[in-house]
Design a binder for this molecule. Structure first.
Ligand code: FAD
Ligand code: EPU
Length: 341
């Protein structure tokens, strides 16, 4: 396998917000050996590296200098480990949703609630993807990768990943430091339905299979989330804010219907979509960007806009929420290659 670096590579079709972006250099290694060579080349030349997956959680500025590496290896393998448990090893370039469906079709439990999350498996640990009451950390055993500074192989156990809500070590001490090559997950052959989120339990039969749950999650998501192939977006644009109990109580006395979800003792998660919705911003449009009509947490790009304009649009929404509720919203997607405004 050879290292084929492309120059001046157009990334506008490689990010689900469809923001215009050109990478000075781009490579899509089809095996881990080529990935290691690409990293060595970047280290020799002092090129900053961006590891790209499906581009569904990124706000890309118009130009990325350095090297963009998009792992394209995508094998997966199952191995029984003990009674009722199966070890799944999957490479970074595999499409996450395709993996979920392949496991559900084999009647393996663990991934079904995470159906239809866009992107590649290698990105899943970065923000500890989660949906419908399940997070990646519930089923992940280890993350393997290559250290971008040292060029050596690294392994992180689940504990070492320091997972939290939309959070991991890869957003802190190890931010931008590791190219993830493969994941080890642990699935179950025995029924373990997780149906506590929203109306999931009501929407499935009595003894649902993983496939039935995955298909129900897909249908639920399709009712409110826009398909990025049709209407460019990055899913939730802000994280759901976590506030202390005193702050939540103050808001609840004024807004008794406000959705709220107790987390660790004294911490309450609020629904950012509800807060934005209450500001009357659902369906609001300005220039190339808008707040989705069915899910106020999703910002959509209607074409012709730039990352800078998107940031200004998003900051305006966060400002309205802060003024009305006193709650700070933090962006979920990672912004890269943007000039400070
Ligand atoms: P990218 O956007 O390409 O990259 C995201 C980050 O991961 C970047 O920092 C990138 O550098 C890093 N990265 C990517 N690959 C690697 C690698 N191999 N090694 C090291 N770093 C890497 N997220 C949820 O948690 N729950 C949801 O329900 C959900 N729903 C969504 C719905 C829609 C319609 C959309 C568009 C997005 C949604 N997301 C959701 C966000 C997104 O799908 C996830 O964050 C996903 O894991 C991003 O994967 P990606 O391959 O597209 O990553
Ligand atoms: N809500 C409104 N108006 C809106 C949107 C939401 O009132 O416009 C209310 C809903 O009625 C509900 C609450 O807010 O009471 C929560 O809404 P929903 O169940 O749709 O989930 P969410 O909090 O908006 C989160 C994740 C999603 C994930 C879903 C399902 C975050 C930032 N977002 O959204 O993840 O799919 O739950 O688990 O945690 C993503 O991260 O990109 C993403 C899509």
């Amino acid at each position: 396998m050879t290292l084929e670096i492309q120059t001046e590579h157009d990334l506008s079709g490689f990010n689900t917000l469809r923001l215009p972006c050109v990478a000075a250099r781009y490579v899509a290694p089809t095996d881990p050996g080529v990935l290691t060579s690409a990293i060595a080349l970047a280290r020799r030349n002092d090129w900053p590296v961006l590891v790209l997956g499906g581009g569904s959680n990124l706000i890309l500025g118009e130009r990325l200098d350095g090297l963009v590496i998009q792992p394209a290896f995508q094998r997966w393998q199952l191995e029984p480990i003990r009674k009722g448990r199966v070890k799944l090893t999957v490479e970074a370039g595999m499409n996450w949703h395709r993996l979920v469906m392949a496991m559900a079709e084999q009647d393996l439990w663990g991934l079904e609630n995470l159906a239809l999350i866009p992107g590649h498996c290698g990105a899943a640990p970065i923000q500890n993807i989660g949906a419908y009451g399940v997070e990646l950390s519930d089923i992940l055993d280890a993350v393997h990768g290559v250290d971008l500074q040292e060029g050596c192989e690294v392994v992180f156990s689940r504990d070492e990943c320091a997972f939290g809500y939309r959070d991991s070590i890869f957003k802190h001490a190890m931010e931008g430091r590791v190219a993830i090559t493969h994941l080890e997950l642990s699935l179950s052959t025995q029924a373990q339905p997780k149906l506590e989120y929203g109306d999931l339990a009501r929407r499935v039969g009595n003894e649902p299979t993983p496939l039935e749950i995955a298909n129900t999650v897909i249908a639920t998501r399709q009712e409110k989330l826009p398909d990025p192939a049709v209407l460019p977006n990055a899913g939730s644009f802000f994280k759901n804010p976590v506030v202390n109990a005193a702050k939540a109580d103050r808001l609840l006395s004024k807004y008794p219907d406000m959705p709220h979800f107790p987390q660790s003792p004294g911490e309450i998660k609020l629904a950012a979509g509800w807060l934005i919705d209450q500001c009357g911003l659902k369906g609001y449009r300005k220039g190339a960007f808008g707040v989705h009509e069915k899910q106020a947490l999703v910002l959509v790009h209607r074409g012709g806009g730039s990352a800078q304009e998107l940031m200004v649009f998003a900051d305006g929404i966060a400002r309205d929420v802060l003024e009305r509720f006193g709650v700070v919203l933090e962006k979920e997607p990672r912004a890269i290659g943007l000039h400070p405004t």
